[in-house]
Design a protein around this ligand. Structure first.
Ligand SMILES: C[S@@+](CC[C@H](N)C(=O)[O-])C[C@H]1O[C@@H](n2cnc3c(N)ncnc32)[C@H](O)[C@@H]1O
Length: 208
C-alpha cells in the first residue's frame, strides 16, 4: 500500500466527515456509550494518542484545523490499538462547534492553544466569554476543561475569563498550578518550550 493509499484507508476509519448542518452521534460512531473527551488543537497527536492508550474506557476526538496535522496523527494511529479515537479537521469556533451535540462531552482539552501574544491579535485568542459559553453548552454537568499554556499573560487572561463567571469552578487556588499531575503527557510543543526554559501553567475548570 502506498502512503497515499494508507492515509486514505485510515481516513475511512478514523476521520469524522464534517457536513453542513450535521451533528455527530458519538454512541453510533464509537458503538458504545463510554464518556467522550475532545481535544481542540491536537497538533502532532502525542497527547491524544497517549491519553487514549491510558484510558481505553473513554472515547477521544482529536480536532485540528490543519490537514497536515491530521495526516501526522493518522500515520500514528493503529487500527487495533486506537479504536477509541477519532479525528475531526475543522476550525473550531463559536459556530462550527455545533457539530458536537449539547451536553455530550465529559472533558475538553486545550493543550498549548496559540497564545497570540500581540495586543492587536488578542481577538484571535480562542478563549473568550462567547467561546466559554459554547464549551459549556457541549460539556456535561460536572464536565471539565483542561488547559495548559507556557505563556504567563495568556494564563492570566484565561483565569480572569473563568473567574468572571459563576458557572465554572477552578480546581487550583489562584486559577492555575505549575505542578504536573500524575500521568502527565509531554507534547511536542511543551517539549519545545521547556527546552527554551518555559514552565507550563496548568488550569482545570469544572462546569457547575
Ligand atoms: C501551538 S499548537 C499546539 C499543538 C499541541 N496541542 C501540542 O501541545 O503540541 C496549536 C494547534 O492548534 C491548532 N488550532 C489552532 N486553532 C484552532 C482552532 N480554532 N480549531 C482547531 N484547531 C486549532 C493548530 O493547527 C495547532 O496544531
Amino acid at each position: 500500500m502506498t502512503d497515499k493509499e494508507l492515509l486514505q484507508y485510515k481516513r475511512e476509519i478514523f476521520e469524522l466527515k464534517i457536513e453542513a448542518g450535521k451533528v455527530f452521534c458519538f454512541a453510533n460512531i464509537f458503538g458504545n456509550n463510554n464518556p467522550v473527551h475532545i481535544e481542540i488543537g491536537s497538533g502532532r497527536g502525542e497527547f491524544l494518542l497517549k491519553k487514549a492508550e491510558q484510558n481505553p474506557q473513554i472515547n477521544f476526538v482529536g480536532i485540528d484545523l490543519k490537514d497536515k496535522r491530521i495526516k501526522t496523527i493518522l500515520r500514528k494511529l493503529d487500527e487495533d490499538k486506537h479504536n477509541n479515537v477519532r479525528l475531526m479537521r475543522i476550525f473550531i469556533n463559536n459556530e462550527s462547534i455545533a457539530v458536537i451535540p449539547s451536553n455530550s462531552i465529559a472533558r475538553i482539552y486545550l493543550i498549548y492553544p496559540d497564545p497570540w501574544p500581540k495586543k492587536r491579535h488578542f481577538k484571535r485568542r480562542i478563549i473568550n466569554q462567547a467561546f466559554i459559553d459554547v464549551l459549556k453548552k457541549v460539556l456535561r454537568q460536572n464536565g471539565v476543561i483542561e488547559i495548559s499554556t507556557d505563556h504567563a499573560d495568556y494564563a492570566n487572561w484565561i483565569v480572569e475569563h473563568f473567574q468572571n463567571r459563576d458557572d465554572f469552578m477552578t480546581k487550583y487556588e489562584g486559577g492555575f498550578s505549575r505542578q504536573k499531575e500524575e500521568n502527565h503527557i509531554v507534547t511536542y510543543f511543551e517539549d519545545l518550550k521547556r527546552i527554551k526554559g518555559f514552565e507550563p501553567y496548568f488550569m482545570r475548570f469544572r462546569r457547575e
